[in-house]
Ligand binder design. Structure first.
Ligand code: AMP
Ligand code: GLY
Length: 419
């Protein structure tokens, strides 16, 4: 069948790579795509009507939606209504990511473990709550803020500044018209993604992301500077608890609420002394988690995704390979602040020859060359028998790549290596 991938980042390139291994895959289109997976020009992924028309024209049998924005805008609903199989949640179900207060209220109602919280639409009561709870405390803009609307305040002063910033100075625009203020959870984070058809849930291998820009988890938050899988903090026992206490009740709750959830459910978890608790849910694959999870998937991704759409996930074989994968993001100097574009990238083929997977994220094709075109430029994935071997493979390959201003974290997977 022909397949259409929506999105243009490293996550989508990794999806492309895995989908293209399926015997069921014929032509795979990417919209807008990137030079690593091919590109389609002239259609906005926020124009549902145009995407539906394109999918019909190209006789697409499966659409895979990468990013959250088109999900929240109902792209899967519109494709499904047009009779096109689409992997991902409906707009109603994508609210688990689209609105933090929706997701927190649902967890409270169904007893799913997460940080205690209150939601506010006025700054005064928000400040009173901060004073009552004290620091450390976490302040979150309610809507989609591209991963940047969260302030972990270590002092009451920082918390007050965050409330003023979000609610009075509108630093996150409309996303900040309401805030969620929650208890600070102590522990180590891990991401657990799962396939679901609305009833059955099949967890993937766990992963851990590095959100800060610099070594030692310092510097500003980014979209993710690297990942590794599996995450040792997610022991078999913890994974079973996460599935039984979080993923299964969540899927049941969404069905109960009349918003059956299908697609990839991403649970950002804190492994606390009391067990796993939810930091956030995302309605999609993680980026760059996908780049390390899919290389360890032993199964036919086209078949798995079709089964999710058709409610027959329980019958599909899914296994996970032994060993580990590590992704090192090569970023443009200045990212997550301002950075240059258009710098020539060298050495991608050498890195691939060394056995790594190189996923394009912020690149463009220009005069027969590949140039930088975003903050996170490439994700270099090493694989090995264990995390240490995968780390070595990733950095050996990354060293073969260069462009002006390139930087990367040198300590991806440090928590796993130092255990
Ligand atoms: P989020 O966008 O909700 O994933 O939050 C971004 C980051 O802030 C998370 O990855 C955590 O590192 C941190 N964080 C969010 N909520 C909490 C919390 N309640 N306690 C501790 N850290 C948190
Ligand atoms: N890596 C974090 C995310 O995709 O939200």
């Amino acid at each position: 069948m022909n397949i259409l991938i929506i999105g243009s980042g490293g996550r989508e390139h990794a999806l492309f790579w895995k989908l293209s291994q399926s015997p069921r895959a014929d032509r795979i289109y990417a919209l807008p795509g990137n030079p690593g997976m091919g590109e389609t020009a002239g259609i906005s992924i926020e124009d549902n009507t145009a995407v539906v028309r394109f999918a019909k024209e190209k006789d697409i049998g499966l659409v895979v939606v990468g990013p959250e924005v088109p999900l929240v805008h109902g792209l899967v609903d519109d494709l499904t209504a047009a009779g096109i199989r689409a992997f991902g949640p409906s707009a109603a179900a994508a609210q688990i990511e689209g609105s933090k207060s929706f997701s927190k209220d649902l967890m409270k109602k169904y007893g799913i473990p997460t940080a205690r919280y209150e939601a506010f639409t006025e700054p005064e009561p928000a400040r009173a709550y901060v004073r009552k709870m004290g620091a450390p405390i976490v302040i979150k803009a309610d809507g989609l803020a591209a991963g940047k609307g969260v302030i972990v305040a270590m002092t009451e002063r920082e918390a007050m500044d965050a409330v003023a910033d979000i609610m009075e100075n509108n630093s996150f625009g409309a996303a900040g018209s309401s805030v969620v203020i929650e208890e600070f959870m102590e522990g180590e984070e891990a991401s657990l993604l799962a396939f679901t058809d609305g009833t059955t849930i099949r967890p993937m291998i766990s992963a851990q992301d590095h959100k800060r820009a610099f070594d030692g988890d310092r510097g500003p938050n980014t979209g993710g500077m690297g990942t590794y899988a599996p995450a040792p903090v997610m022991t078999e026992k913890m994974a079973v608890r996460a599935v039984e206490e979080i993923l299964k009740p969540m899927i049941a709750a969404m069905a109960e609420e009349g918003r059956p959830y299908r697609g990839c459910l991403y649970a950002g978890l804190m492994i606390t002394s009391e067990g796993p608790k939810v930091v956030e849910f995302n309605a999609r694959f993680g980026d760059p988690e996908t780049q390390v999870v899919l290389p360890l998937l032993d199964g036919d991704l086209v078949e798995i995704m079709c089964a999710c759409c058709e409610g027959r996930l329980a019958d599909v074989p899914i296994a996970w390979k032994n060993g580990a994968a590590v992704c090192v993001v090569l970023a443009a100097g200045g990212y997550p602040g301002a950075y240059e574009k258009g710098n020539e990238i060298r050495g991608i083929a050498d890195a691939e020859d060394a056995g790594a997977l190189v996923f394009h994220a912020g690149t463009a094709a220009q005069d027969g060359k590949i140039v930088t075109n975003g903050g996170r430029v490439l994700g270099v994935v090493g694989r090995g028998a264990d995390i240490a071997a995968a780390v070595r493979a990733a950095y050996e390959a990354a060293e073969k790549i260069s462009f002006d201003g390139m930087y990367c974290r040198k300590d991806i997977a440090h928590r796993a290596l130092n255990r």
